[in-house]
Design a protein around this ligand. Structure first.
Ligand SMILES: Cc1ncc(COP(=O)(O)O)c(C=O)c1O
Length: 481
């Protein structure tokens, strides 16, 4: 380590020992939190007024003592949240980051790397190129594909949509107004919003009906494209799903890729949820063909066990990104890319961007890929096992079988002809389960029926947790009318 400067010259600078002490306190706090998760509730919340009231002071003119600040956070802020990395947090899409990944994020923060252009952060940018290439290989995309790490899946989907628009019609407003995009009605809202933000008229976003397994109907898709062409519109992009948020459904990726190529359509795959399941055998089988896409969104902050915020976009031809996003104002002339170095600011909307790659690299290398692979495989197995438990419970029924780590089920309706009563009962069971403290689960609709939905992908969740959750649901189903 270089020699320590014993005399910081600004009051905002801290001496080495103080930094170490403060950092140690934070490590104590976070490590204590993580190591005691099972003893904590999975979720606690507060109404807005109660949450704001104890914090509502003007910014202090004078320094407040560090222990007092930590005490305020401990008392009034940190407890009032869902605990995403908790073993019982199986609602929505859990984010359960490894500790080395958290530290990687902190290293990137501590060094405050500016990962927008190559020469300002060559080392961190090289790590980003490395992890992007790992992802490319896992997906089976061709060499030369590239992209960037983003704030999340929403931003990655948006970046893909803008690149596709640029490739289709450049910036011709008359032609942009005629663009149409296609996706199944199970597609995540961020893809729809991405189209809106990219200037595709809202009326031109086509949501295609799905089959009994929640996969896009290819005939309906082809008919919609044909209709739109006949009406003088310009079909631009099909967004396939590699793991829908609702049920984990995977669209027929190879067929869609082939058909889009024939039709001259950009084929984007939203694999924000399911993408990293390719690391295990079952996931790789489910996602076969994903590497043929023109672009793929993945979210390391979901199933690669790194903390928020970390999404990723990979594009078969990264020149499409440069064409859509690069802009050359006067002041960063010194750092323009020479065509070999990669300026990630030319690949998306962010100029100032943190290094998100270090946390990925540190976590993967600390544990080794086999451990991550095993965690993903076990997560899928937990959902499958939970399905077996549901099927064995006479009072429960499966609404969507375990698919890529997601299971939807409910209490068997007491009166099959009364859908509203069945939904109301599901609401009550969901509320009772979540009041327990051991779990946070969520609901969704499957073919119109309200369902309990679980996504047990966090690595702290166990098979025993599944057993207890389904047993408890069965007990509640017997009690709640
Ligand atoms: C399938 C899918 N796509 C996109 C997104 C949006 O990703 P993010 O929340 O990281 O922006 C999600 C989020 O859950 C998702 O499940």
């Amino acid at each position: 380590m270089p020699a320590i400067d014993p005399h910081p010259r600004s009051p905002l600078d801290l001496d080495f020992d103080t930094m170490r002490t403060l950092g140690h306190d934070v490590v104590q706090l976070v490590a204590g939190h993580l190591a005691s998760l099972r003893q904590q509730p999975a979720h606690t919340s507060l109404d807005r007024r109660s949450a704001e009231a104890p914090l509502a002071t003007p910014p202090p003119a004078q320094a407040v003592a560090w222990p007092e600040l930590l005490a305020t956070l401990r008392q009034h802020v940190l407890p009032h949240a869902a605990r995403e990395p908790h073993p019982g947090f199986i609602a929505y899409v859990p984010s359960c980051p490894t500790y080395p990944a958290m530290l990687g994020d902190w290293i990137a923060t501590g060094y405050n790397f500016f990962a927008g252009v190559w020469p300002i952060a060559a080392g961190p940018n090289a790590v980003e190129l490395l992890v992007l290439d790992w992802f490319r290989q896992w997906l089976g995309m061709p060499a030369g594909s590239g992209g960037l790490l983003t704030s999340g899946g929403s931003n990655a989907n948006f970046t893909a949509m803008v690149a596709a628009r640029d490739a289709a019609v450049g910036d011709d407003p008359a032609r942009i107004a005629r663009l149409t995009v296609y996706m199944s009605d199970q597609t995540h809202s961020s893809v729809i919003r991405a189209a809106w933000m990219a200037g595709i008229p809202r009326a031109n976003v086509r949501l295609i009906a799905v089959d009994s397994e929640h996969r896009i109907g290819c005939d309906e898709l082809a008919a919609a494209v044909e209709r739109d062409r006949a009406a003088g519109l310009i079909p631009m992009l099909v967004a396939g799903n590699a793991g829908t948020t609702n049920t984990g459904a995977v669209d027929p990726l190879p067929e869609l890729a082939r058909w889009c190529r024939e039709q001259g359509l950009w084929f984007h795959v939203d694999a924000a949820y399911g993408g990293f399941s390719v690391l295990c055998e079952r996931g790789a089988r489910a996602l076969a063909g994903i590497g043929q896409a023109d672009s793929v969104t993945m979210d390391p902050h979901k199933w690669l066990y790194v903390p928020f915020e970390c999404g990723c976009l990979l594009v078969r031809d990264p020149r499409r990104l440069v064409s859509a996003f690069s802009i050359h104002p006067e002041y960063p002339k010194d750092v323009e890319s020479d065509g070999v170095d990669v300026n990630f600011a030319d690949h998306g909307e962010q100029l100032t961007r943190r290094s998100r790659a270090i946390k990925i690299w540190l976590s993967l290398c600390y544990f080794g890929l086999d451990a991550i692979r095993a965690a993903i495989a076990e997560a899928m197995e937990r959902a499958t096992q939970a399905e077996t438990f549901v099927r064995a419970a006479p009072g429960l029924e499966v609404l969507s079988p375990a698919t890529l780590g997601i299971l939807c089920f409910r209490a068997r309706p007491l009166d099959a002809s009364d859908a509203a009563a069945a939904d109301a009962r599901t609401e009550r069971i969901n509320a009772a389960l979540n009041a327990d403290g051991r779990w946070l689960i969520s609901t969704t609709r499957i073919r119109g029926a309200l369902a309990l939905r679980i996504c047990p992908i966090g690595f702290r969740t166990t098979m025993q947790d599944m057993r207890e959750l389904i047993d408890e649901t069965a007990r509640l189903a017997a009690r709640i009318a």
